[in-house]
Design a protein around this ligand. Structure first.
Ligand SMILES: C[S@@+](CC[C@H](N)C(=O)[O-])C[C@H]1O[C@@H](n2cnc3c(N)ncnc32)[C@H](O)[C@@H]1O
Length: 310
């Protein structure tokens, strides 16, 4: 987990050279609404298509609403907290989001971008808590559509908007945002220099970038299938030291760098223990991970226990 400022000087971007090992920083019902879609030339790269396929699972919006109904929720009076079991798809859920938000110093006049926003849980939290306008960008159409639908259901549609697009080619003007936020999205993005360069570009000079991420640990390659990729070829983790060096080389000034691996390990262990004992709840990470959910979550616990991710 970390926070950096975009310093005034703009660093020119160049493609990565050398032998960089992409290895893991925690170191946070109705029809689909129309969402805008942005890709260069209208097409996704191969890793982007595979990533979208990995996260796409049937009619996700309908599955979530059905589960909420079975849990006894009134679908016409949903509250943001009703979505908590599913809408923060990262280690330590809301707890991590609160910690990351504490690094942001947000106010209602600011514009925020959530890169790889998923179902929009963090975007809704920031908009509801600080009154700011939040834009979410995500590769996966089903997530973006579901994020828009859920936001409308909980009465936050005026404060949050969602777009389908790639973090490597963002459909936003230079300097458009006061804050860029991202949680658990870069693990699928191999071209880190371009990713963090794009984030730098869309930040106002002096703007803030905060992240809560899975990075490569010292214990070796992760076990797969993992929550972010079924196979190693679609995983792109970076070691904490390499990430920090990359950010500094792009012109970011690092203000905070917190390793939350131990807390993540404990949280994951407790969660998996409950699942082993009670089986899957009506709504939870398994809604997003599908039939293989238990194996994927067990693998990720091992990844944390064996320091394969940090
Ligand atoms: C594990 S989910 C996390 C979602 C959300 N940030 C959260 O914490 O709940 C990872 C997200 O990153 C998105 N993603 C992966 N690669 C991306 C890319 N190149 N551009 C935009 N989004 C991407 C995926 O579609 C997915 O929604």
């Amino acid at each position: 987990m970390g926070a950096c400022y975009r310093s005034e000087s703009i660093t020119a971007l160049s493609s990565l050279g050398g032998d960089i090992r992409w290895l893991s920083v925690t170191s946070v019902l109705g029809g689909a609404l129309p969402v805008s879609r942005f890709f260069t030339g209208g097409i996704m790269s191969e890793i982007e298509s595979s990533t979208e396929a990995h996260y796409t699972r049937g009619d996700l919006g309908q599955s979530i609403l059905t589960a909420l109904k079975r849990m006894g929720k009134d679908l016409d009076a949903l509250k943001p907290e009703d979505l908590a079991p599913v809408d923060e798809f990262h280690i330590r859920g809301r707890e991590a989001t609160l910690e990351l938000a504490a690094l942001c110093h947000l106010n209602s006049g600011q514009r925020v971008l959530d890169v790889g926003c998923g179902l929009g849980g963090s975007a809704r939290y920031l908009a509801a808590t600080f009154g700011c306008r939040v834009t979410g960008l995500d590769l996966t159409k089903a997530y973006v559509e579901t994020a828009a639908m859920l936001s409308e259901r909980v009465g936050l549609a005026e404060k949050v908007e969602f777009h389908q697009g790639s973090a490597l080619d963002m459909p936003f003007a230079d300097g458009a945002f006061d804050l860029v936020w991202t949680e658990h999205a870069q693990m699928n993005i191999a071209d880190k220099r371009r990713l963090y360069g794009e984030i730098f570009r869309v930040l106002k000079p002096g703007g803030r970038f905060v992240f809560h991420d899975i990075l490569q640990g010292a214990g070796g390659e992760p076990h797969f299938p993992a929550p972010w990729a079924k196979v190693p070829s679609y995983s792109a983790l970076i070691a904490p030291g390499d990430l920090r060096a990359l950010l500094e080389s792009l012109g970011y000034s690092v203000q905070a760098w917190q390793d939350k691996t131990a807390a993540g390990r404990e949280w994951f262990q407790a969660r998996v223990a409950v699942l082993r004992e009670k089986g899957p709840p009506l709504l939870g990470f398994h809604t997003l991970l599908g039939a293989d959910a238990m194996r994927i979550l067990e693998n990720n616990l091992r990844n944390l226990q064996e320091n394969r991710i940090a």
